[in-house]
Design a protein. Sequence first.
Length: 155
Amino acid sequence: MNTITETIVDKTLSDLGVVELPKQTPVPTYNPVQTSRKTKVLDARDKSWTPKTSRAVSPEDWKKDTVLELLDTIRKDAFESSKGEADAVISQKHMAQIVHLVATDVANGLEHAGLVYMDGEAPAMLRKLLTTFITSQTKHYNGSMYRFVKVVDNG
């Protein structure tokens, strides 16, 4: 671990051109895409479908998993799908709720492992990373088909 002295010396040597500091990887950003598509006929299959966890139980059998219960509640209200459309639409408000719950749960898990945030900006960075990951690397499953996640403006 670098001390403040080592950090200052490394920065000074880098400014003088003696050494080259490693470049930091930029954090991916989340930019919602606005389209003119309109929802047509609502597909309600996702309202009645119940996910199974790795514990092979449904939400009705969850005892201590309040985070999963909350996510299940949000899931039932958050996504709207139209028959024949490739996207599952979710509002920024619902996406923020999901991201907040997941980020809080990740932080709690890290804390139980003895790991804590380095500074006050870390929670916002985690939420940004999770939002980018969810929108670019996951699909919404409604019990019978997968759809791309499309975040739309609340208003």
